[in-house]
Write a protein that binds this ligand. Structure first.
Ligand SMILES: Cc1cc2nc3c(=O)[nH]c(=O)nc-3n(C[C@H](O)[C@H](O)[C@H](O)COP(=O)(O)OP(=O)(O)OC[C@H]3O[C@@H](n4cnc5c(N)ncnc54)[C@H](O)[C@@H]3O)c2cc1C
Length: 484
């Protein structure tokens, strides 16, 4: 295959974690060191304010104030992906804005953001888990300064990738304009060179073209000493291996990546939607399990939500071949689900994304738990195994708010080794997940229950796939410990 090279820049903010250095404890010496850092980064050290701060008259945070005009703007954009991505004190999933152990936060009602009950007294805005200070990174030397400062002063440091530089919205447009394809996340605000890449990075095209870690050729990274290193197959190859799947924020701050791009591809895409009932949902899951191997061999990748439908795409079949391949799904949709079925061909990944994925955005601006399991190909190979798989999935699908089947495992990709992402990806066909959500007024006990129920909902799948793994898990105790 003809491959092109594309460079992505991973701009980000280096953040100083709140726990080690709250502003109340700033003494004269500390004030001097922060001033010195601020001068090294040319005034780009900032104090951070929780996103919803202007809505609250009561607050325990040190800066910001009640501002009704700003509050109206915030309530109108509280669930907006791009506003959250641009705003330092906002996170996509708001459990990360919250200190869950102490139940301190500055959240609005995510079902009705202008609900005054969430922000009028006695509700009070707290800093939660949002760090007090951050550096608005403009160049690599800012990252070096932040890393060295954190090391010398024993201050915890985290990295927030998005807000500047190359997110997928910019890259999809760039790729389209330059006749290449850069497969990426299903949300335009995900950063191309940060947590997405270092966690593996799956897309609707990964069944054919591999995970994002499979295509990256080189990293530029600031390591804990403050040194800037280049990591590729020849230089710092151990670091190159670790960064290709070892998780974001673990081995350094990535400042630039070089990755393989694909030529422009046309994509045959099928969309199914239906009104679910428990019987139809079960029939839909059974149908998908029955046809999983066939679809995987035809290169179909994408997302199925058992309660609503699916979006699948393949670069391997033209429209005529795709219509033949999907004839039984069309028949099933019409006769059993009573839903709608469309099949189209798109000339590029961007046009596929805009017409097929963008209308169904992943919800953001609310706290949530995600539990997942990678399901090996072997679980689809015999009728007995397929039946066992259906029975393991259905109970958790029925109780979870948002069950999702991600057809994103790199099944057809010719893996050559060299990545640190879990090997479970390489033998899997599906990535099965459930998400559950809560709101600003959920108690500690209720949240604990939601975490426990999400975790246990994957138990039958875990038992059925004992040697497999997960893409992302959220265990309440681990999250608590990670925060404080
Ligand atoms: C709406 C939505 C849709 C998503 N869709 C997909 C999808 O289609 N496919 C998929 O695989 N995943 C998807 N994800 C998951 C996503 O990949 C992870 O949330 C990922 O961690 C986001 O990375 P980020 O760099 O954009 O975010 P951040 O929150 O900034 O970073 C995440 C982690 O990576 C670290 N990190 C960030 N930047 C760097 C850097 N430059 N160097 C070193 N460490 C860094 C951070 O410290 C943090 O630990 C989605 C998430 C959301 C919220």
């Amino acid at each position: 295959m003809h491959c092109l090279l594309a460079r992505h820049f991973a701009h980000h903010r280096a953040i100083f974690a709140r726990s080690a250095f709250s502003t109340q404890r700033v003494d004269a010496r500390a004030s001097n060191i922060w001033d010195a850092l601020n001068s090294t980064v040319e005034g780009r050290l900032r104090a951070s304010v929780p996103f919803a701060r202007p809505c609250f008259t009561l607050a325990s945070v040190d800066i910001g104030s009640f501002n009704p005009i700003e509050c109206t703007n915030i309530t109108q954009n509280y669930l907006d992906h791009f506003t959250r991505s641009r705003t330092f004190g906002a996170y996509m999933n708001t459990q990360w804005e919250t200190c869950q152990q102490r139940s301190t936060q500055c959240l609005l009602d995510d079902t009705l953001p202008n609900n005054t009950a969430a922000y009028n007294p006695p509700q009070s805005c707290a800093q939660g888990s949002i760090p007090n200070y951050y550096v608005e990174v403009a160049k690599v030397s800012d990252v070096q300064a932040a890393v060295v400062f954190a090391k010398n002063n024993s201050i915890p440091l985290v990295i927030k990738n998005t807000g500047a530089g190359a997110n997928f919205d910019v890259l999809y447009q760039f790729a389209d304009a330059n006749n290449i394809t850069l497969p990426g996340a299903e949300d335009l605000t995900v950063g191309a060179g940060g947590g997405y890449l270092m966690g593996g990075g799956h897309s609707a095209l990964s069944p054919v073209y591999g995970l994002a870690v499979d295509r990256v050729l080189e990293f530029e990274v600031v390591v804990a000493s403050g040194q800037v290193l280049v990591a590729n197959r020849c230089q710092n190859s151990d670091l190159f291996f670790a960064l290709r799947g070892g998780g974001g924020g673990t081995f350094g701050v990535v400042t630039q990546i070089t990755t393989l791009a694909l030529p422009q591809v046309s994509l045959s895409t099928v969309v199914v939607g239906y009104q679910s009932t428990p019987e139809k949902e079960r029939a839909f899951v059974e149908f998908l399990v029955e046809h999983a191997m066939e679809y995987a061999n035809q290169g179909w990748g994408g997302y199925a939500t058992p309660k609503t439908g699916l979006i699948l795409t393949t670069p391997l079949l033209n429209l005529t071949a795709a219509e033949a391949a999907m004839a039984s799904l069309q028949n099933f949709t019409n006769n059993t689900l009573g839903g709608f079925f469309t099949l189209n061909s798109y000339p590029s990944y961007l046009s596929f994304f805009q017409t097929s994925l963008a209308p169904y955005p992943v919800p953001v601006g609310l706290p949530f738990i995600f539990a997942s399991r990678l399901v090996p190909t072997a679980n689809f190979e015999t009728k007995k195994n397929r039946n066992l798989l259906v029975e393991a999935m259905i109970p958790s699908f029925e109780t979870a708010s948002l069950p999702i089947i991600l057809l994103v495992a790199p099944y057809l990709y010719n893996y050559q080794g060299g990545t640190s992402v879990t090997d479970a990806w390489r033998s899997s066909l599906w990535h099965v997940a459930i998400a559950d959500f809560w709101n600003y007024d959920t108690t500690y006990g209720q949240r604990e229950q939601i975490y426990a129920s999400a975790t246990s909902s994957m138990a039958p799948l875990r038992a059925l796939t004992p040697k497999s793994g997960a893409y992302q898990v959220g265990i309440f105790r681990e999250i608590q410990n990670a925060m404080y």
